[in-house]
Ligand binder design. Sequence first.
Ligand code: PMP
Length: 413
Amino acid sequence: MLLLDPYEVRRDFPIFARKVHGKQLIYFDNAATSQRPVQVIEAVDSFYRSLNANIGRSVHELALAATEAYEAARKVVAAFIGAKPDELVFTKNTTESINLAAYSLLASGLVRSGNEILVTRMEHHSNLLPWVRVARLAGAKLKVVEVTDDGRLDLDDFRRKLTDKVRVLAVTHVSNVTGVVNPVKELCEEARSRGALCLVDGAQSVPHMRVDVSRIKPDFLAFSGHKMLGPMGIGGLYIKRELAEKLEPPFPGGGAISLVECGVEECRAEWLQAPHKFEAGTPNVAGAVGLSAAVEYLERIGMESIEAHERRLTEKALGILQELGVTVYGPLDVKDRVGVVSFNVGKLTPHEVAQLLDSEGIAVRSGHHCALPLVKRLGTPLGTVRASFYLYNTLEELDVFEEALRKILVIAS
Ligand code: PMP
């Protein structure tokens, strides 16, 4: 495994030329969205300059070239997660991917009255609210697996709640609040052995570690392009092929059908094969092309190198926070977590701390991180300050972070 040089990586990211409050930007808000390298910006720019046409419809040269670029992007992104091209549906983001999965199961009658849907207390609202809605519409029951005091999944509670009535387990791979990594391969295996389907929310894992569906074997895997160097407005939903064949597309429309017939009183449609039946309407072609460039960029650096680099950053960040006596949420052992650290400083609110850090040029997120049930369980209803890292962050930036926190601690005392 090659050691990643973040200083070399940074040269590809034009945003780092920018100053914030007259200071060098330190971007520690990667769990919200990443920055983009020139390779991605240029891929999107070049699509609109020289390839732009709608896809899958017209037969002129430009339309065929655009269709080819879109399908080539699908191949690259699918291979990145260990999937076949026809198992990858392009969506807008993780939220849309999870809604697509949930409503497909509802539309296909695979979640019905009397069934149970299992989620966990550490889910992002995007992997909770679609299931709340679908459970209500189906007449199914939603059950929540608890977490331990340090924010890990309570595996005993998981096993207690995984009854034969559970039809779907929806679980995050990595918590966007604590950085905790869940044993999703084992969780999916146990769900499968009880006859349940398994959706993995990969929003915080796919950008940061090697995620391979042929190893984890989920039925669905959702992720967002904008958190992994890609453009905003493009994401993915992996659907296992045998399942995709059975699923009714919940959002029907143009581009998803092989036939539509209307009699006097009724119309009917026959769907295209997956993934096209799930992609009705004009998709984000430039976004897919940009995401493919992002994946090529990540692959060139190596996911193993990226994960190891983030682990070094996380270890140092946790060390700084503990030395300063700041309250840290989640496990303190770096082997169980990725590059997300959540903390609070004395009596200051998370937003106050984030504003003080911003005045030093350091961008972090503060608040509930769209995971209210978890932050309440962690005993911090106003949420936390969250620093999250990526391949272009440096150990030196953490020295600046430490200095800034020392100043903030004086204010807090
Ligand atoms: N799940 C997790 C774990 C997340 O961290 C996020 C984004 N913060 C989402 C889902 C939703 O992602 P998006 O906003 O890209 O749909």
